[in-house]
Design a protein around this ligand. Structure first.
Ligand code: DGJ
Length: 731
């Protein structure tokens, strides 16, 4: 396992426990892709680059260099020198000439994994298994003086491969980076599909699989955030691949702003996949001596379908990305007042909710939007982070103290990156909003975006949040972000640097959350962006959980959480039980089912517990017990998707198995009841074949083999939206 250089063959071989990635150097100059897949262990694989074959003409034959460039499997594609597939890098000189060609210069194999300055990135884990190695390949463009480092890291305990790219201007003129993607993967392509996660507000992360045909398939955001509309993720997979079979190549971007992910099937039936910062609206000025670091891409190869890709990503994020001390801790069961009261609350109301919640075993009250400035609707006050004493007499300290006396923790909502036109802050500092001078600012939810490229704005935002946190006993922050970019301009940046705003903004968000988690290391931070608009690996570096969607309907959540859990551990997925009829869709579902769905996430409540029926209140107590019982399993276990109601139209099913295979919890939701059917035969995954498992509550004992290969017969339930939990314990 690890990284080695095979000098004779001019190959770099990167191995993980089950995969291998091979890079070759052609003619001592070009950095090419040889192989990515199952472990090969054969140094003779260099021929896979096809450099001896027409039209993959060797570079020395100058008269066909163009067709070489357009067919060679580049590790990192550049624009303007004959490769007409999607480029990864483009640069402009002071005189306006565009283009770049990278010549290999050397390499270094580093023990461990260096961080990326100012950016979230995976890191080596703890203990012997968590170690890693990094390969740096150095290349330069002989004409512009641009030096590029291609970085590849592997960890001993993971089948993921991490890539990033850094550019450095070692020439004497200013260079303009027009496009700097983070990964490019050129491979042969069979009958494959692409898989992406699409959506919108309140219906995020819905799986979308489609045939990969000739041409380009793009998934991208130019909204300034990763966005509800599509995850910064793309997989290509064998047409026959399913949950547990077939080949899958996934790429996931550790970044929270504009991105592009593309799969391109070329004229020769080959595949190029690229991922990185979206070049639309992007330009970075690279002065002589300056560096630019492009964010990290996580690549995963699985030969056991989507499920193995999922479990590789879950483990990677738990062991190598999330830093919060809460990662392996039970999160307090919270009750959030948003769907309970919206803006209409005061201290008394919150204390009533908290008191009732406490009786049922809930552990933390989260006060959502509306506690500051004059905010009694979403019309104003963002930026004025001063407690509204009319609603909260005695301020936050009074409320927090009463909650502490009650034995409840206290959490609070912020939307720090925003400014309302109707706010004291905007009246004082209109120049702090992101804007295009002369153009009327476009409102979205009656708000503008703060220009986080401006250092004093970052300081103001930080102090606004930090001084509130210093003023009372606050254990949790929900960090919201409720609009996307328009009028993309900064009054702080000069004309040549306007193209940097999007990226500088994201760096500003990262700086803020880095400072916050450093000053308040025990704070439980939950990111949020109108639900799941910034649910991305970048934010997970700062917060162990992210609010997944503003749609809390249990049925809608099945598909949303299925898509989210394709990539993210359940412990990161913000999920609450809310009231019915549901506020997003008006559907009535059993309280029990709502609980089962929220258990596959961080778990909490978002309703007025003083108003629900005594039966539902009693059900809360049961759910709290279930949470205490199952949360270590949900948080740390291996996730298997057993059925998808989006696919089959009637039922949904997932399973979490403990790492030591000693227990498994299967959640089955029957969305629509059907008449006149037999029981369902459900094959339980991930058990020890020779183990003996008891299905809790039945006294029935089964072998692991019987459950996995034969399956269990599960009776259908009466009625729509019903849920069943099956808990298997190894005897
Ligand atoms: C959007 C969030 O997703 C909601 O949960 C809530 O916090 C509102 N914003 C408050 O404005």
């Amino acid at each position: 396992m690890g990284i080695e250089y095979l000098e004779k063959e001019q190959l770099f071989r990167l191995t993980t426990p089950n995969t291998e990635y091979v890079i070759g150097i052609t003619d001592g100059i070009y950095i090419g892709h040889v192989y990515y897949g199952k472990r090969l262990g054969d140094a003779r694989c260099g021929y896979l680059m096809r450099t001896g074959e027409h039209p993959f003409t060797p570079a020395q034959k100058k008269r066909e260099k163009c067709s070489f460039a357009d067919t060679y499997p580049w590790e990192y594609s550049t624009w303007g020198v004959g490769d007409y597939r999607e480029s990864s890098l483009n640069v402009r000189t002071e005189s306006g000439y565009r283009g770049c060609e990278l010549h290999y210069e050397g390499y270094q194999i580093i023990q461990g994994k260096p961080g990326l300055p100012g950016l979230p990135a995976t890191f080596c884990g703890e203990g012997e298994q968590g170690g890693g190695q990094t390969l740096e390949l150095y290349a330069q463009d002989p004409v512009t003086g641009l030096h590029v480092t291609l970085r590849y890291s592997v960890f001993e305990d993971s089948d993921a491969l991490m890539r990033s790219v850094s550019c450095s201007n070692r020439g004497s003129q200013t260079l303009y980076l027009e496009k700097v993607l983070s990964a490019c993967l050129d491979m042969d392509c069979g009958d494959w599909d692409t898989l992406t996660l699409h959506g919108s507000w309140a219906r995020e992360h819905i799986m979308d699989r489609r045939e990969l045909t000739l041409g380009k398939y793009l998934a991208a955001s130019a909204r300034g955030e990763s966005g509800h509309q599509v995850q910064p993720f793309m997989a290509v997979l064998d047409r026959n691949a399913d949950q547990e079979h077939g080949e899958v190549y996934g790429m996931h971007f550790v970044y929270s702003g504009n991105f592009m992910a593309m799969a391109e099937k070329t004229q020769f039936g080959a595949l190029r996949m690229v991922m990185g910062i979206n070049p639309e609206g992007f330009e970075w000025v690279l002065e002589p001596g300056a560096d630019f670091d492009a964010p990290e891409v996580v690549c995963v190869y699985s030969d056991e379908g989507l499920g193995k890709m999922t479990r590789t990503l879950h483990d990677l994020y738990r062991n190598h990305l999330i830093r919060s001390p809460y990662l392996h801790q039970k999160r307090p069961i919270l009750i959030n007042n948003w769907e309970a009261t919206y803006f209409d609350f005061n201290t008394e109301k919150l204390l009533q909710i908290a008191a009732e919640a406490k009786k049922r075993g809930i552990e933390m009250l989260v006060m959502d939007d509306g506690w500051f400035g004059k905010r009694s609707s979403d019309e104003g006050s963002l930026g004025d982070w001063v407690v509204n004493e009319e609603k909260l007499p005695g301020g936050l300290a009074y409320l927090a103290d009463r909650l502490t006396e009650m034995g409840m923790k206290f959490g609070i909502w912020f939307e720090p990156e925003m400014i309302s036109p109707d706010s004291d802050l905007y009246r004082k500092h209109p120049e702090w909003a992101v804007q295009h001078p002369g153009r009327e600012l476009t409102q979205s939810r009656a708000q503008y975006i703060l220009d986080l490229s401006r250092p004093e704005v970052v300081d103001y935002v930080y102090e606004s949040v930090a001084s509130i946190l210093r003023s009372a006993n606050i254990s949790y922050v929900k960090w919201d972000m409720n609009r996307q970019f328009t009028d993309v301009g900064s009054l702080y940046l000069d004309g040549t640097h306007q193209g940097e705003l999007f990226h500088r903004y994201v760096l500003g968000v990262y700086r803020l959350q880095e400072r916050l988690t450093a000053e308040f290391p025990d704070l439980l931070l939950e990111n949020c962006a109108s639900g799941g608009a910034r649910f991305d690996p970048g934010m997970l570096y700062y917060s162990p959980q992210i609010w997944c969607s503003d749609d809390t309907d249990a049925v809608e959540r099945l598909a949303i959480q299925e898509g989210t859990a394709l990539l993210y551990p359940l412990s990161t997925i913000g999920a609450h039980v809310s009231d019915c009829p549901n506020h997003a869709v008006g559907r009535n579902t059993p309280f029990q089912t709502r609980g089962y769905v929220a258990l596959a996430g961080t778990f909490g409540y978002e309703l007025d517990i003083t108003k629900i029926s005594p039966e539902d209140q009693a059900e809360v107590e049961k759910q709290v017990r279930l949470y205490h019982r199952y949360q270590p399993l949900m948080r740390e276990g291996d996730y298997y998707r057993l059925a998808s109601w989006k696919e089959n139209g009637t039922w949904d099913c997932w399973e979490v198995v403990s790492k030591d295979r000693s227990e498994a919890l299967v959640t089955l939701i029957q969305v629509l009841a059907e008449p006149n059917y037999h029981s369902r035969r459900l094959k339980i995954a991930g058990l020890e074949p020779d183990g003996t498992y008891e299905l809790e509550g039945t006294g029935q004992v089964y072998s692991g083999r019987l459950l996995m290969y034969g399956g269990l017969l599960v009776e259908r339930t009466w009625g729509d939206y019903t849920g069943t939990l099956l808990h298997f314990i190894k005897r």
